[in-house]
Design a protein around this ligand. Structure first.
Ligand code: NDP
Ligand code: 2IT
Length: 451
């Protein structure tokens, strides 16, 4: 077939939108990849002929189920549970579970699609999946969370397995939830298997997993800066979020001499002109017990500014680390960041920047690490947790810290390999991550034939 007979990017996106109506986050995630991949495969007939991107953008399987549980007052509550198994061409399905009232199929399909490319970039044998529920963890007692998790696993257990699909945490799912989920899986199946990652250290967890995503996003920035003979030391940094990823990104930035002046959550953001130091960070969250003071209390305690209901992107900075949620940097906010002199963005959260904002960052030659590269450190250490579970051993902390550092450097270098612009020093890390992530999955799929 002549190349001109193939669908172009617009036709591809029109078909995707027709088949997946109203799923705007899913359209956004696929477009970001497709725009680069169509360009890359322009002269590579085999990828067209085998309809590779079309196949990756159609999840292998979607499981939707009722999750019924009883609250502390004896009321029966009903939530919806999901697992989107996007693609297992290069390894068992792998990806987090998100418990948040905003969860819907569009969000989980975008996350599972992204995960496929992210996991490929880690260099480890993991396919892509995502799941979760519209369950709101806030205001629930420990017992309610336990009963919810048990009911969720009552259905999920038949779809997962250490060689099949290995979930982990994401927004609203941390060590406590993973513990309840794992306990129920073990009870139901009578198997002690590495079926979840992010487990407690007492029952098969891996050193470094809890820090890995936040640290990794900072390492990515370190590598991008190093390439242009710069460094984090002395730079003013904005962090959004105050959860797992934001906390450890902040900790690592402080360690490397960055001046972190903001953190945020759904209540608003704090702006501490003096910088958040280690002690102040532990006021917001004790990294061990995970107990937190509110951001508003932080502002009172340290005479910082608290901006209720706002995001931090108006604050002048050198570097930005969005670590809360999707689409938390609008195009206007991207332009404000650029206008204020921001030179680097590393996305700890998944797809935190709107499509047009990404284009503006790239156009302005900001060092921009897209989420599938920048936050891949978390799932990379999850992959190593799986290896440790299979071998029934636990590696030393220093070993894992150094593996994480190396994996992030390799991801950086892959982005440079596929994203370096001809005749310019600038690296388009978005293009680099998309093409490097795509190629491995695509070549595996071609090897399998049409299945
Ligand atoms: P957590 O639940 O630990 O923290 C989430 C943080 O983001 C909280 O501070 C929360 O505020 C805030 N937040 C969530 N949703 C919103 C919203 N709609 N508006 C404003 N603030 C919001 O989650 P994680 O830190 O694990 O995840 C953060 C991001 O990183 C997500 O995009 C996730 O997909 C991504 N990620 C996580 C990985 C991991 O290993 N945990 C790996 C790779 C990516 P509040 O508490 O007020 O709700
Ligand atoms: O988005 C992500 O990469 C995660 N939430 C972590 C997934 C994992 O399996 O560790």
């Amino acid at each position: 077939m002549a190349l001109s007979d193939h669908v172009n990017l617009d036709q591809f996106m029109a078909g995707l939108k027709r088949r997946n109506p109203h799923e705007t986050e899913f359209h956004q995630a696929v477009y970001e990849v497709a725009a680069n991949v169509f360009d890359y495969i322009n002269d590579k007939e085999i990828y067209h002929e085998q309809q590779i991107l079309r196949r990756i953008a159609e999840p292998d399987r979607i499981i939707v189920f009722r999750v019924c549980w009883e609250d502390d007052k004896g009321n029966i509550r009903v939530n919806r549970g999901y697992r989107v198994q996007n693609n297992n061409a290069i390894g068992p399905y792998k990806g987090g579970l998100r418990f948040h009232p905003s969860v819907n199929l569009s969000i989980l399909k975008f996350l599972a699609f992204e995960q496929t490319f992210k996991n490929s970039l880690t260099g480890l044998p993991m396919g892509g999946a995502k799941g979760g529920s519209d369950f709101n963890i806030k205001g629930k007692s420990d017992n309610e969370v336990m009963r919810f998790c048990q009911s969720f696993m009552d259905e999920l257990y038949r779809h997962v397995g250490d060689d099949v699909d290995v979930p982990a945490g994401d927004i609203g799912v941390g060590a406590r939830e993973i513990g309840y989920l794992f306990g129920k899986y073990k009870r139901l199946t009578n198997r002690f298997a590495g079926v979840l990652t992010g487990k407690g250290m007492e029952y098969g967890g891996s050193p470094t997993r809890v820090e890995a995503t936040g640290y990794g996003a900072v390492y990515m920035m370190e590598d991008m800066l190093e390439r242009v003979d710069s460094h984090i030391d002395g730079k003013t940094c904005l962090v959004s979020g105050a959860g797992n990823v934001a906390q450890y990104a902040t900790e690592k930035l402080i360690h490397l001499g960055g001046n972190v002046v903001t953190m945020s959550d759904s209540s608003g953001f704090i702006y501490d002109r003096d910088g958040i130091d280690k002690d102040k960070l532990s006021f917001i969250v004790d990294l061990k017990t995970r107990r937190r003071h509110s951001l508003e209390n932080y502002a009172k305690e340290y005479k910082a500014e608290f901006h209720p209901g706002k995001r931090p992107w108006q604050v002048p900075c050198d570097l930005a680390f969005p670590c809360a949620t999707q689409n938390e940097i609008s195009r206007e906010e991207a332009q404000t960041l650029i206008g204020n002199g921001c030179i680097g963005v590393s996305e700890g959260a998944n797809m935190p920047t709107e499509q047009e904002g990404i284009k503006d960052f790239v156009k302005a030659k900001v060092l921009f690490a897209p989420s599938k590269a920048a936050n891949a450190g978390g799932v990379a250490i999850s992959g190593l947790e799986m290896s440790q579970n299979s071998a029934r051993i636990t590696w030393r902390e220093e070993e894992l810290q150094s593996l994480l550092r190396n994996i992030m450097r390799e991801i950086h270098d892959k982005c440079v390999e596929y994203g370096a612009a001809r005749g310019s020093d600038y690296v388009d890390y978005v293009r680099g991550a998309n093409i490097a992530g795509f190629k491995k999955v695509a070549d595996a799929m071609i090897a399998y034939g049409v299945v």
